[in-house]
Design a protein around this ligand. Sequence first.
Ligand code: DX5
Ligand code: ZN
Length: 232
Amino acid sequence: MPRSPLPPVIAPSILAGDLAQLGPESEASIAAGADWIHFDVMDNHFVPNLTFGPPVARSLKTHLEASHPDTPLDAHLMVRPVDPLIEAFAAAGADSITFHPEASDHVDRSLRIARDAGCRTGLVFNPATPLEWLKYVLDLVDIVLIMSVNPGFAGQRFIESMPAKIAEARAIIDASGRPIRLQVDGGIKADNIATVAEAGADTFVAGSAIFGQPDYTAAISDLRQRIATANA
Ligand code: DX5
Ligand code: ZN
């Protein structure tokens, strides 16, 4: 199966950390080897949970700019309507903004809003959402995010049929010739990350597999090693 040509990125989902320690938990994961901080925005409407708004993103970004200015803040928006919050999270300092096509009335317009605001853009595919949404907007997309759980909560179990969908997304990206990242989110653990990498993913969100472990450095090193072995 084709692998990604891009270097792997590990993006801890801060939702699975101690939310009373958002800054220190993010910093600890970066010190432990994380590449991006994944920030899950939920509205209790598009998904059945309620998390953070733009002011929280702004505070976290300010905190990270002081300590780790090169670490991107990766905002995963699970909200509807999405357009006003794309603008708000871009203004709050998000470096990438991904959203679900079902949450947008005009997907092309929403992608352009994110891009015009200077963010990396991405479309997120729920487990049952077809990849056809990509067909006419690939040139506006920097990230394709395949959900390997139904969105709403950290700590859910990886859906076993998703590697086939990841491989389909890999083929679409390869045919585009563009350096689009293929991100996977939900239930990623040491025992399945190699399968996800073999299917062609290059950007790995992990919540409980990092923040649920006593030693973040050991957890991230283990994930990275398994990706490297899969890609070798
Ligand atoms: C689920 C979120 C995920 C989640 C990941 O809706 O988008 O980012 O927090 O957590 P784990 O890795 O524990 O599934
Ligand atoms: Zn997420």
